[in-house]
Unconditional design. Sequence first.
Length: 96
Amino acid sequence: MLEEDTSPPTFLTRGGIKELYDMPSKSKVKGRFYIFQVTSSQVFPTDPKVPRKENSVKVKQEPFVGINLYRLTLSDGVASCRSFVSDQVFTKLVSL
């Protein structure tokens, strides 16, 4: 059985991955997440099969948006990164 590749794809590392975060076992949300610090100029590509307008995670317009949480998924061997929760929700999850 092949081990799951947990290394981030190169386009994500340019976005500034800060750390990996595994949800606590008690959490309803399962899985491993990548935590980013992003600026408003950064847009992350997602599924290449989706039209361009919906093919990116547009961050908020502030000069610095702080921590954003993204779940990395693989579909047809293509890594995609989708915005998962807002800063406020993430802060609550971490403080549980």
